[in-house]
Design a protein around this ligand. Structure first.
Ligand SMILES: [Zn+2]
Length: 218
């Protein structure tokens, strides 16, 4: 089938040119293999689903971040206005674009998988500004691009015919035992939920994803 192109955008990132064509979106509802899924966006893994599916951070991602930092330091050492500084800046911009692309591809993979295969998707409402106190976590959240993640979910939900449910900001998904409902403090370093009430033991992120999935009304 053919379609009408509504607009063409040409953009430049580092030294690469891109051309984007915008189309009218067609609805292609899919048959869902799962009714409900809870999604925990994590620190250790990029996303953990209540169904047990895990999306890890993209391969070599940490190495790329380290290289970004190294290239920034190289620029700082070069003389301002020099040819070498200019060359270093181009290198940094190229690498930035590479890392951004890596993130973008991973996000698209996750959001497409979610919207194609699940009728109801429950996600956290990440309060990014409230998390800035924890520098490392803030970095991870920023890297995950939560707003972009949500934006993709919303338009793909329309396309594939599913519902997005955003949890209340204060819903204690990480602190609540998915087996008995007991609530306890869960410092970030604790990777396993060990329930102080019923003894239930489960991966922290999976426990949180299951709690989120329960927010979907049957
Ligand atoms: Zn329990």
């Amino acid at each position: 089938p053919h379609t009408t192109c509504k607009s063409i955008t040409i953009s430049r990132t580092a030294d690469s040119w891109f051309i984007a064509f915008a189309y009218e979106q067609h609805h292609e509802p899919t048959i869902k293999s799962h009714d409900v899924v809870g999604v925990d966006l994590g620190v250790k893994e990029l996303a953990t689903l209540s169904t047990g599916v895990v999306f890890p951070h993209p391969k070599h991602y940490k190495a790329h971040l380290a290289k970004l930092k190294r290239l920034s330091r190289v620029i700082a050492r070069k003389v301002k206005g020099s040819e070498n500084r200019y060359k270093a800046k181009i290198q940094l911009a190229k690498h930035h674009a590479k890392v951004a692309n890596l993130r973008k591809n991973t996000r698209h993979k996750i959001t497409t998988y979610l919207c194609k295969n699940h009728a109801k998707i429950v996600v956290e409402n990440l309060n990014v500004s409230g998390m800035l106190a924890n520098h490392k976590l803030a970095q991870v959240i920023a890297d995950c691009g939560f707003h972009e993640f949500k934006r993709q979910l919303e338009y793909k939900a329309k396309k594939f015919g599913c519902e997005i449910i955003v949890a209340d900001r204060w819903f204690p998904s990480s602190k609540t035992c998915s087996n008995c409902g007991h609530i306890q403090d869960m410092p970030l370093k604790e990777r396993t939920y060990n329930c102080g009430s019923c003894g239930h033991s489960m991966d922290r992120d999976l426990n949180a994803a299951i709690m989120l999935s329960r927010l979907a009304k049957p």
